[in-house]
Design a protein around this ligand. Structure first.
Ligand code: SF4
Ligand code: SF4
Length: 359
């Protein structure tokens, strides 16, 4: 039976924390892929990506126990992967074991949105996967943790295709679960020492929690995370659908939690107005009604990374990136990937004002 282990921890995460994790869960014996959250080149003090000390503690554990392993990820965008991994400190923490895992293989998938997808060959060929996500909110999917971190098993351009095929919150959440179900990780170790509240996954506010959560069921781990955020896991479409597919329990009283969990006081989740508004909107009206991102020119460095990341080419290179509202599918990839927090999710009133300006 699966369980969720809750440990007290601080940075730097130590090898003794890993010893505690692997005394509860059976450690791998075969080649292992460590999959961090490397959303982009965010320095570790911003708490957007998995903290490098957690990766380093895992690396040292595997080295000490002679377990063969690779650390790898595959963030969207065309910027140099190694440079981004270095900026986040994950490359250095991997001690020579970091690899690009973007080479893909086309496989069939059980999903209402696509029948085939290209998936990282390295992921498919790894007998054991340790998923190392971060405890964060997400402006589009409400939470991002262990399940959504497995979206990274798709190469960049394939992620774009998913955003185009599954646009609304409900559809995109279901697509994420379908992708997760292709190859659920064997173990997830979540960085919850510093978590992110508000408009995550990159523009929220870091907050201290002082925990490491680990589970052999990523859905149950995310359900515990959502509960700690003060959410009902049934109100998170990704978790509700995963539960519906039989991938894990999401009622916390039905999950075997080992350790102390509490609801975090006054934890800020993404604007409920935005989330509750877009949830019931059918995909037919979604493009018309959903809020579109807005550029804050004072923060923009004109790097045009957002232009590369936009799955539907709704951003053009002008003096500053220009958003074509008609083409935009409100996936917020540009918001989550901007390392300068220059792309923002406006309030509904501000978005209406922007809409009128463009008319
Ligand atoms: S919005 Fe962000 S990613 Fe886009 S050009 Fe400006 S700084 Fe770069
Ligand atoms: S402009 Fe931003 S939110 Fe709109 S489709 Fe492109 S990446 Fe997504």
């Amino acid at each position: 039976m699966s369980s969720v282990l809750v440990l007290d921890a601080e940075y730097p995460v130590t090898r003794s924390t890993m010893e505690a994790v692997f005394s509860h869960f059976t450690p791998p014996v075969s080649r292992t892929l460590v999959k961090p959250n490397l959303l982009g080149g965010f320095e570790s003090h911003r708490h957007v990506t998995t903290h490098p000390s957690l990766i380093q503690a895992l690396v040292e554990y595997f080295e000490q126990h002679a377990i063969p392993f690779t650390v790898g990820d595959n963030p969207a965008g065309k910027r140099n992967l190694i440079e981004r991994a270095k900026k986040a400190g994950i490359y250095q923490a991997s001690k020579g074991h970091f690899e690009d895992i973007s080479e893909g293989k086309r496989i069939t998938i059980e999903s209402d949105f696509f029948s085939e997808l290209v998936v990282s060959r390295k992921v498919l060929e790894s007998p054991y996967i340790v998923n190392v996500p971060k405890f964060k909110t997400h402006i589009q999917t409400i939470i991002t943790g262990a399940v959504k971190n497995m979206f990274g098993i798709l190469p960049g351009e394939e992620k774009s295709m998913v955003h185009c095929a599954a646009r609304s919150l409900t559809h995109f959440s279901r697509a994420l679960v379908d992708i997760y179900a292709l190859r659920p990780p064997d173990l997830s170790i979540m960085d919850a020492v510093m978590v992110m509240e508000g408009n995550g996954p990159s523009s929220g506010n870091p907050r201290h929690l002082g925990k490491i959560l680990a589970s052999d069921n990523a859905v149950e781990l995310d359900a515990v995370m959502a509960w700690m955020m003060g959410l009902s896991p049934h109100d998170v479409p990704m978790l509700e659908y995963a539960h519906h597919r039989g991938l894990g329990a999401i009622d916390v009283d039905k999950i075997d939690v080992r350790g102390d969990i509490q609801k975090i006081p006054h934890f800020k989740v993404p604007s409920r107005k935005l989330v509750t508004f877009i949830t019931p909107v059918s995909s037919r009206y979604y493009d018309l009604l959903a809020v579109k991102p807005a550029l804050n020119r004072t923060k923009c460095t004109q790097c045009y990374e957002c232009v590369e990341k936009c799955p539907v080419s709704a951003l053009q290179r002008n003096e500053y990136p220009h958003i074509n509202r008609k083409k935009c599918v409100s996936c917020f990839c540009c918001v989550e990937g901007c390392e300068n927090q220059a792309m923002e999710v406006p309030s509904r009133a501000r978005d209406l004002f922007n809409r009128l300006l463009k008319m």
